[in-house]
Design a protein around this ligand. Structure first.
Ligand code: SF4
Length: 300
């Protein structure tokens, strides 16, 4: 596994004219989360004083960091040389950027398999008990495909895979959950099965195969063809918010409002119900700045 060294320059960090909130570009995971509640994204930028601590967020960060812990760094120049020679390259958590609907979009796919300048697999991992292929998961993987295509990679035979994984029940005190999964060869198994799903998809009129595995630490792999037209159609809606063509849309689902930090902090005027009383909001000082810390109990 390889990981691209980041060559982000100052220009890429400067605010992009015409984009909301003075951002230099829009992140793929941010775009995907607009399908959960777009207003929540908006409030996050308007209220940087809110510090949100949740067990789910801590689990997700831990899992992704562990995946790339032993990837070998590689420069863009080395990547280009290897691709010119037609080599297979597996890139973990490497940054790609490209314009989509007039907006600069940047994203870090979990894993990409390239053969020469052809992309074969785009993999996105989720750590969740809900293994459905939700629209945001589908769009996130497709958007990484758009970034690869915008970066000059061939996508004619590319397949996206969303892997929804369960964390192991127990682990040592110093071992992250994903380190534990890697030790058991789960990542290798996912790659093997994803390659097989890709072959099945390319030889079939179907657009989606989902594979549930039954072993311990099992998960579900959703494999689907790269579909730029569908991705662009959905992203037009999402990017219209960033290009200030419309205001943020709140969710219609009260259950999301109930567990929302902005609702608990009294910052959302569109909440559909009161916040869960088990969410606490406390004034704290973080790095010398007064903040509001929103914290979930582990049982939530
Ligand atoms: S309270 Fe509901 S509508 Fe408001 S930001 Fe939270 S989830 Fe969205």
């Amino acid at each position: 596994m390889r990981i691209l060294t980041d060559d982000q320059d100052g220009a890429a960090k400067a605010p992009h004219p015409g984009l909301r909130h003075g951002v230099p570009g829009v992140g793929v995971s941010t775009l995907a989360s607009q399908w959960y509640c777009e207003l929540k994204i908006d409030l996050k930028y308007r209220h940087p004083e809110l510090s949100i601590v949740s067990p789910a967020m801590e689990r997700g960060t831990e899992g992704h960091g562990a995946f790339s812990a032993d990837a070998v760094p590689m420069s863009r120049e080395e990547l280009e040389a290897r691709l010119r020679d037609g080599e297979d390259v597996y890139l973990q958590e490497s940054r790609f950027r490209a314009p989509i609907h007039d907006a600069p979009v940047v994203g870090i796919p979990d894993l990409v398999h390239l053969r020469g300048r052809e992309a074969r697999l785009v993999l996105e991992f989720k750590f969740s008990r809900r293994d459905d292929l939700f629209i945001d998961r589908f769009i996130q993987a497709q958007t990484y495909g758009l970034l690869l295509e915008g970066s000059g990679y061939g996508m004619n035979e590319a397949v996206c895979v969303v892997g929804v994984l369960k964390s192991p029940a127990s682990r040592g005190a110093d071992e992250s959950k994903m380190e534990s999964l890697r030790k058991d060869g789960v990542l290798g198994t996912i790659l093997e099965r994803s390659a097989a799903l890709r072959e099945r998809l390319l030889g079939s009129p179907r657009h989606l195969f989902s594979l549930r595995t039954t072993e311990e630490r099992s998960g579900t792999l959703h494999a689907f063809r790269y579909d730029p037209a569908t991705a662009r159609r959905h992203l037009r809606w999402a990017l219209d918010y960033w290009l200030e063509r419309r205001e943020a849309v709140p969710t219609k689902h009260a259950s999301k409002c109930r567990s929302c930090a902005f609702n608990a902090a009294g910052l959302c005027g569109k909440a559909r119900c009161g916040p869960d009383p088990r969410i606490s909001v406390q004034p704290v000082i973080l790095d010398g700045r007064p903040m509001l810390e929103v914290r979930w109990q582990e049982s939530l």
